[in-house]
Design a binder for this molecule. Structure first.
Ligand code: NDP
Length: 325
């Protein structure tokens, strides 16, 4: 019998955790049983205990194990998958350096704990913001874990872009393929339609340039803010859903004629400096990802990718100066 998939989830008492955990328990990653290891900071343990009680009350047939802790080494012990959702949000009066350093403390500790305790097959997916740089810090502090096991979430941006293109062209979501998010999970991200297909037809033949530049790109980049304005709090269910999509595709593979977007450690492809955790179009198979090679990049795309990558390089420099990597 296959052992349950051991999944560590940080920020278990948070908004995203509240959507994510129930879908994991219900089998959203596939038919394999799951063993959930919830990590929270000590002050939030009581709240997380309530979430754990509700997970028990769901009587999920695939939930084979459940534990709650404030010790990263316990949470990551033998983990096959670590979903790093918990992070320190920016609060009033915080500078960028304050934010990077507060998250640096969290992700250096979690990187070391993953290095020491995680299972040999571990995959680490960072949702907590600033996700790309948090993933970089985690990876740099886990030197014994292969660098290709770390990823930051740009799947929500990808999903938002797919949904906008589907709406605009009056097509079902499943008709949209080969869309790509490049760069940082921030307002500089670039949602690239150049290679996208709608039912096999180039998207660029179906939408005009003005819509792409004046409507599509700003809508995707600012969608999080729009949701906050409408809902009064940040998008949590869609972020949880994207986290599931990303983990499922990483473990189980992308379809034969499609790709997805993941922020991964750059090998220098497409001029993105080696070592930066930047989003690329990737295919996945057997738990491994590969950057889609040889795509033509036009001048507009080049300048957008370069701008987002420059932001990532500046974040890397800042965390170097703080001694976090
Ligand atoms: P959420 O669960 O809403 O968000 C968690 C992280 O995900 C944040 O960094 C947030 O970034 C990011 N995020 C939110 N929405 C999106 C989105 N649409 N796309 C991508 N990323 C997104 O935050 P809560 O404050 O409700 O919960 C955080 C929990 O994490 C708390 O319970 C806290 O105690 C816990 N925590 C646990 C740690 C640990 O286990 N060691 C460490 C630190 C925190 P942004 O704020 O920029 O939206």
């Amino acid at each position: 019998m296959t052992a349950p998939l051991r999944i560590a989830v940080t920020g278990a008492a948070g908004q995203i955790g509240y959507s994510l955990l129930f879908r994991l328990a219900a089998g959203a990653l596939g038919p394999r049983d799951v063993d959930l290891r919830l990590l929270e900071v000590t002050p939030a343990l009581e709240k997380a205990e309530g979430v754990a009680m509700e997970l028990v009350d769901g009587a999920f047939p695939q939930l084979a194990g459940l534990a709650l802790t404030d010790d990263p080494r316990v949470a990551f012990d033998g983990a096959d998958l670590a979903l790093l959702v918990g992070a320190r949000p920016r609060t009033a009066g915080m500078t960028r350096a304050d934010l990077l350093s507060a998250n640096g403390a969290i992700f250096t500790a979690q990187g070391r704990a993953l290095n020491d305790a995680a299972g040999d097959a571990v995959r680490v997916l960072v949702t907590g913001n600033p996700a790309n740089t948090n993933a970089l810090i985690t990876q740099q502090n886990a030197p014994d874990v292969p660098a290709d096991r770390f990823s930051a979430l740009t799947r929500l941006d990808h999903n938002r872009a797919v949904a906008q293109l589907a709406q605009k062209t009056g097509s079902p979501v499943r008709a949209i393929t080969r869309l790509a998010i490049w760069g940082n999970h921030s307002a500089t991200q670039y949602a690239d339609l150049s290679h996208a297909l709608v039912d096999g037809r180039p998207a660029r033949d179906l939408v005009d340039r003005a819509w792409v530049e004046d409507d599509f790109l700003p809508t995707v980049a600012n969608r999080g803010t729009a949701v906050i304005q409408a809902r009064g709090s940040s998008s949590a269910a869609s972020a949880a859903s994207a986290t599931i999509d990303a983990a499922r595709d990483w473990l189980n593979g992308t379809g034969p004629h499609d790709w997805t977007s993941m922020a991964v450690v750059s090998d220098g492809s497409y001029g993105v400096p080696e070592g930066l955790v930047s989003s690329f179009p990737v295919t996945t198979s057997d738990g491994r990802w590969a950057i889609v090679p040889d795509l033509a990049i036009d001048g507009f795309s080049r300048s957008r990718i370069d701008a987002s990558v420059a932001e990532l390089a500046a974040e890397r420099e800042a965390v170097r100066e703080l001694g976090l990597i």
